[in-house]
Design a protein around this ligand. Structure first.
Ligand SMILES: NC(=O)c1ccc[n+]([C@@H]2O[C@H](COP(=O)([O-])OP(=O)(O)OC[C@H]3O[C@@H](n4cnc5c(N)ncnc54)[C@H](OP(=O)(O)O)[C@@H]3O)[C@@H](O)[C@H]2O)c1
Length: 369
């Protein structure tokens, strides 16, 4: 793997200084000047490597590279740690198909090598496609990405806010919009599962600001006050989603639902939706299987709506980011931050996310400002 240059020197030590090979990469010399680019070719990155089942997760000096000639270059200000990042950084991995990759499915920063549609200086969120899964991601100071993975940020959203939101918040808003597209009416009682997580907590806040009554279902009762503060009309235990376990169908309770948990939880949601209601399903933290019956569908006309942030087309990406931006004046995004870390703290953060031990979002700062 010739893209790894050298392990990062320990702080204070005088490790080897990487020597950029300008001769092989003349094109990068034309990159715009940036005060944050002391060395254009070697950047700090959190690299996941899995050589025959031997997993390593390290901060290394790393050479970003273009996959395609028209890839754009982004100076990353912030990234964030998602459940999917933990899946990428495990061995064997359910999602990663390459041996070595810079992790980070999310990044936000400023374009330093752009094109006519996304010029230099544009603030962007980078997410979707293979970013951070099968091509290098946002846990790095600089990142090459295809234009389809770049979302120019509305002016109401800073790069820091964008990474507090991240793919999780994008998915939360995409879920709410999907329910609205199926006729959700303001004031409706909407269940949110996994409520203290990234998708769940932002779903609660967005629903509340948009005039709905979110019910937060959680396995973390100690976070009740925080969830109410975000806008939850009520907080219930994750086991209290439905009743009548001996019957095929539970009491009709929910006018809609946002579910990022999957498995048995999704089954319970389906059997307790009201007639004609829909659940927007995006996640599988409790399992990828779904053991349910057809009764909710054929006797209550409920809908199971799949949500995908990864391959969302440009129109959807714009709609979702604009919808979040419209709420931005009403939301203190900092309330979602579990903690702020740096590249050095990502490995621990991944373990915490995998254990479900975080509340809201783990933000990664790539620069000081
Ligand atoms: N489809 C897409 O495009 C897309 C995009 C983004 C995320 N996702 C998926 O959505 C899911 C959530 O992502 P996230 O970033 O929000 O993760 P997260 O921050 O880790 O939140 C997941 C939450 O689920 C709950 N939970 C954890 N383990 C559970 C279990 N065994 N049973 C029931 N509930 C459990 C916890 O909340 P409580 O303690 O409050 O119950 C946890 O905070 C993941 O599967 C992720 O891959 C999909």
């Amino acid at each position: 793997m010739n893209r790894l240059v050298t392990p990062r020197s320990a702080p204070g030590s005088s490790g080897p200084t990487p020597t950029p090979d300008f001769g092989q990469r003349l094109s990068v010399i034309h990159w715009p000047q940036s005060p944050h680019l002391p060395n254009l070719l070697v950047v700090k990155a959190f690299v996941v490597s899995d050589e025959g089942g031997r997993l390593s997760r390290e901060v290394l000096d790393y050479e970003p590279h273009q996959v395609n000639d028209d890839d754009l270059l982004v100076e990353v200000h912030y990234s964030s740690v998602n459940f999917k990042d933990a899946l990428v950084a495990s061995s064997p991995s359910r999602v990663r198909r390459v041996d070595t990759v810079v992790g980070g499915v999310d990044a936000a920063g400023v374009v330093v090598k752009g094109d006519a549609l996304v010029p230099r200086g544009t603030s962007v969120a980078v997410h979707g496609g293979d970013i951070g899964v099968n091509r290098d991601g946002g846990f790095a100071e600089f990142l090459y990405a295809p234009r389809r993975c770049l979302s120019p940020l509305p002016s109401a959203i800073s790069t820091r806010d964008a990474m507090i939101i991240g793919t999780a918040g994008f998915t939360a808003m995409a879920s709410v919009l999907a329910l609205e597209d199926r006729g959700l009416v303001r004031g409706a009682n909407v269940l949110v599962t996994g409520a203290t997580g990234g998708v769940g907590s932002q779903s609660v806040a967005y629903l509340a600001r948009m005039g709905y009554r979110p019910t937060a279902a959680t396995g973390s009762p100690r976070e009740r006050e925080w969830l109410v503060d975000l806008g939850a009309a009520q907080v219930i235990d994750r086991d209290a989603i439905d009743d009548r376990p001996q019957r095929v169908l539970a009491t009709e309770q929910w006018d809609g639902a946002v579910d990022c948990v999957g498995g048995e939880t999704l089954h319970r949601v389906l059997r307790s939706l009201r007639y004609g209601a829909a659940v927007a399903a995006s996640g599988l933290v409790a399992g990828s299987g779904l053991d349910t019956t057809l009764y909710p569908f054929i006797t209550r006309a409920v809908s199971l709506v799949g949500i995908d942030a990864v391959a969302a087309p440009p129109k959807t990406r714009r709609r979702v980011w604009d919808s979040i931006a419209a709420l931005a004046p009403l939301i203190d995004f900092e309330r979602f931050v579990d903690h702020l870390t740096t590249l050095d703290g990502i490995s621990n953060a991944l373990d915490e996310v995998a254990r479900g031990a975080t509340r809201g979002r783990t933000l990664v700062a790539l620069r000081d400002s």
